[in-house]
Ligand binder design. Sequence first.
Ligand SMILES: C[S@@+](CC[C@H](N)C(=O)[O-])C[C@H]1O[C@@H](n2cnc3c(N)ncnc32)[C@H](O)[C@@H]1O
Length: 390
Amino acid sequence: MSKIELTAPCNFALEAVLAREIRDLGYETTKVEDGRVNFETDEYGICMANLWLRTAERILLKVGEFYAETYEELFENTKKLPWHKWIPRDAEFPVAKASSIKSKLFSTSDIQAIVKKAVVESMKQKHKLDWFPEKGSKYPIHVFINKDKVVLYIDTTGYALHKRGYREIANEAPIKETLAAAMVLLTPWREDRLMVDPFCGSGTILIEAAMIGLNMAPGLNREFMAEKWDITPKKLWEKARDDARGKIRSDVKLTLQGYDVDEKVLRVARNNARLAGVENQIHFQQRDMRELSSADKYGFVVTNPPYGERMQDNKSVELLYKDMGKVLSKLDTWSFYIITAHEGFEKLFGRRADKKRKLYNGMLKTDFYQFYGPKPPRAPREEKPEENIE
Ligand SMILES: C[S@@+](CC[C@H](N)C(=O)[O-])C[C@H]1O[C@@H](n2cnc3c(N)ncnc32)[C@H](O)[C@@H]1O
């Protein structure tokens, strides 16, 4: 096993949640930057990070970094890197992605072409070959340039990690799985507590909560780019998958409830839960939020209500938020965690949040409003992890 530097890009504002996930997996984070967390592992860590990280978008293997202001510098420095260490002679190695921010080199198509040429030259020297058939496994190269600093990666993931493999059909405004998982991880919810999503749509938040509560690795039902790589052979992936299957908690029965006015989206939600293998853990039912009531105490509402982004929706959404405030105020021992882009939310809801956290839902700037209920008696494990996440 060798020391490997990995970088996990994530949604802006989720860096601290992701960094905690990485540390919980047992790896050391080396640097937390805007939209990415760097950490050190070995080959097994590539399998573990892909299988387990709930809030990362992908896992990139860092090949090297340097400063470049000219194409010549880009070419020469890229050529010097040890590409042959990772990429075998029969591999396909497209420069799949290039991005450039505030840098002298900004034409992404030129950057891609130069990097490709330089990698071929480097590989020619080391593999003693003149021509590469590129018929083998794929090693997609990513180039990231920020203020003239070039970082070169190979993508170990393939299609993005938020695609867990359980969401076949989506409704109009589904929340990304990574963001839904982050919302749950930002609450002190534990597997013995009730969670309700009164605007559950296709069920993403509750499905992610179920996987967290059961300690189910989010990547168990999908494949990854590096499964066909020499440095991470099949055996290693089997070991990581077996280990993950062994860690699923079969002793837990969760209380997760999802409601929505739309019966159609509930069908999608039930199917998604089935595909994720958590259908027995979530109760979905058609119900208007205005009819929500519960005799249970100390529950959690974690939800992504409509935002009213179009002008014509605004009035009805504002009314909905007012009603939500009235309905939820009756659940006086509960905690509420609500994400919305509507800036007047607290006023309409009728209560100031104990904490407000900026999150991005796609490109949309939203806030995650957190209203803490009282702690239940005799619950020594109760804690508020979000207070550790700055
Ligand atoms: C932004 S979507 C939720 C998306 C969900 N988080 C997902 O991942 O699919 C809002 C949902 O609220 C539902 N909704 C709108 N008004 C409602 C009401 N009064 N009561 C319950 N659900 C409602 C819509 O049908 C829609 O599915």
